[in-house]
Design a protein around this ligand. Structure first.
Ligand SMILES: [Zn+2]
Length: 291
């Protein structure tokens, strides 16, 4: 992958605003295998499967073998952790030296304030020592805002003159708890003068939820789609973020249209990792600051 695809760069912000979202590209993190005792068990089972397929030569066995391969892949992933690439999350079990190296490779890395995100609705004004928050706000060029995600919605905001910026981590909990509105109140300008960018997140075709969760967002237009399966719905988090931003009076909202689940080759996706039987995965980061 070319270096141009290492970062997703929003083009909606003023020239003096630095903003980007990372991808998995260009990092040093690796896949972490399950512990060795599990590995040994797997190797023995692998041999047994090989021996069986050598003896049986019917076509039916081809299907059996395919199924076995699938099961084997899932089993191999079981207990493994997919951090491969530029994992920015220091809280997901990855080797901390790799994470430090990955973070050091980010543009303006030294200016970033790393939050301890808790799916709440607290907004930290930088600089701050209390980093337990899911959004940060800054009007100072030496302090950049950043949020880590792996399916949740990252939202970056600046005013149209490039004087103030904010980064918001908005999963369904944050969206429900109005973290976007909380962040917008920190700006000294009217919301009509703000620009917002909705970054890579799980899309409305990939995010399946139960009825209770779907009901929380039934108020939003075209954001909840019932599936054929009873009690299952698809929820469009980026679109909910978009509607909240618009409702707050922000006229200029842009969406990245990248899905972290559809493009798990490019991004970390918590849901995709779970479906692939990985025990953990990495995080991308969305950063915004003033030059
Ligand atoms: Zn998708």
């Amino acid at each position: 992958m070319s270096s141009a695809e290492r970062f997703i760069i929003p083009e909606c912000f003023p020239d003096n605003v630095v903003a980007y979202t990372t991808t998995r590209c260009g990092g040093v993190s690796k896949k972490a295998l399950a512990d060795s005792s599990v590995q040994v068990g797997r190797a023995i089972q692998g041999k047994a499967i090989q021996g069986k397929s050598a003896q049986d030569k019917t076509a039916q066995d081809k299907t059996t073998q395919d199924k076995t391969t699938q099961a084997k892949t899932a089993q191999e992933n079981s207990g493994a952790k997919d951090y491969l690439g530029l994992n920015i999350g220091a809280h997901v079990g990855d080797d901390i030296i790799s994470v430090r190296e990955n973070r050091a490779r980010l543009p303006h890395s030294e200016k970033i304030t790393w939050l301890e995100q808790v799916h709440g609705n607290t907004v930290a004004t930088l600089p701050t020592l209390s980093v337990e928050a899911d959004a940060s706000f800054s009007s100072r060029p030496e302090h950049f805002c950043a949020v880590m995600t792996a399916d949740c919605v990252p939202v970056l905001i600046s005013d149209n003159r490039g004087k103030e910026v904010a980064a918001i981590h908005a999963g369904w909990k944050g969206l429900e708890a109005t973290i976007i509105a909380n962040a917008v109140t920190h700006f000294s300008t009217d919301p009509s003068q703000l620009i917002a960018w909705v970054g890579p997140a799980i899309c409305g075709q990939c995010y399946e939820v139960n009825e209770a969760l779907a009901n929380k967002f039934s108020y939003y237009k075209n954001c909840v789609t019932p599936k054929k399966q009873a009690g299952k719905y698809l929820l469009d988090l980026p679109q909910i973020a978009n509607q909240q931003l618009t409702h707050l009076g922000i006229k200029h909202v842009e969406l990245s249209h990248y899905c972290t689940y559809c493009r798990s080759d490019l991004f970390y996706s918590h849901r995709k990792a779970t479906h692939s039987n990985y025990e953990a995965t990495g995080r991308i980061v969305s950063v915004i600051g003033l030059r």
